[in-house]
Design a protein around this ligand. Sequence first.
Ligand code: CP
Ligand code: NVA
Length: 336
Amino acid sequence: NSVFQGRSLLAEKDFTKSELEYLIDFSLHLKDLKKKGIPHHYLEGKNIALLFEKNSTRTRAAFTTAAIDLGAHPEFLGKNDIQLGKKESVEDTAKVLGSMFDGIEFRGFSQKVVEDLAKYSGVPVWNGLTDEWHPTQMIADFMTVKENFGKLKGVTLTYVGDGRNNMANSLLVTGSMLGVNIHIVAPDSLQPTQEVRDLAEGYAKETGSKNMITSDVDAGVKGSDVLYTDVWVSMGEEDKFEERVNLLKPYQINMDMVKKTGNENMIIMHCLPAFHDIETEYGKKIDEQFGIQEMEITDEAFRSKYARQFEEAENRMHSIKAIMAATLGNLFIPQA
Ligand code: CP
Ligand code: NVA
């Protein structure tokens, strides 16, 4: 049996550094198989439940296509389809789903719910984003970093924007586990909590990651290999819109910030969805209400030669495939 079999991915800290590295390399391998048209039905006959309390394009699409490519059957169960946590307890729902499905993806608000699903279902559970963590995104993101720089150790990834959301938490902790230097550039009130910093610092001591948490844009972005950002208002905190725009205006990725890295070989990443396009329905509404055309990233930067967000998005599929195949499949994976 592999060291992965039967395990859940609820947060990055559930795995070791070498296990994360293995998943990244396995993702690259599966991408290669996909590009060459070589079948990889490692999950033939398996059933996968996809639970979504929050909206999704990439995570839902990636889990669906990944499951099908692996020979498994994905079943989408949206928040209006099932009673999870409303008319039925998480425990009961988990027991029922675990008796029918071989693996469960969950996206929602509470980390406790994804943990309880794992506790009571008896099958591997994958966290497709909670308020606290976005671990499946991390495998895709560091896979993208490795594709671009040929290595992880010593690369400097700077996240600018809301430094307290799921993405900032996950990047700080995962980067620290992998020896990537993580800079979090955010206003004081939106910097990572002490708990997340302590967790990251523990890993950084082992791997030598040089992290920086600062509100100073110039100091934070200088020398960066990657500029990374995320929406200023995450799902579920829509009421904070005005406050966030005012706080985060100086932290927008634009061509001026790109220049400040002083690194012509830098890349831009964004987990997406991104707000840079006034032509969307949301964009029009925001423009009318706040007179703002661009938020966390300018359209110019988004479409520049540095941008890698669409490669990153595609990598969600390859990496979710690796996560599901490793934890659910019957592959022999040598102990790292
Ligand atoms: N990056 C990401 O998780 O995208 P979705 O919200 O579209 O799934
Ligand atoms: N921080 C964002 C990430 C979306 C993938 C959110 O939670 O809405």
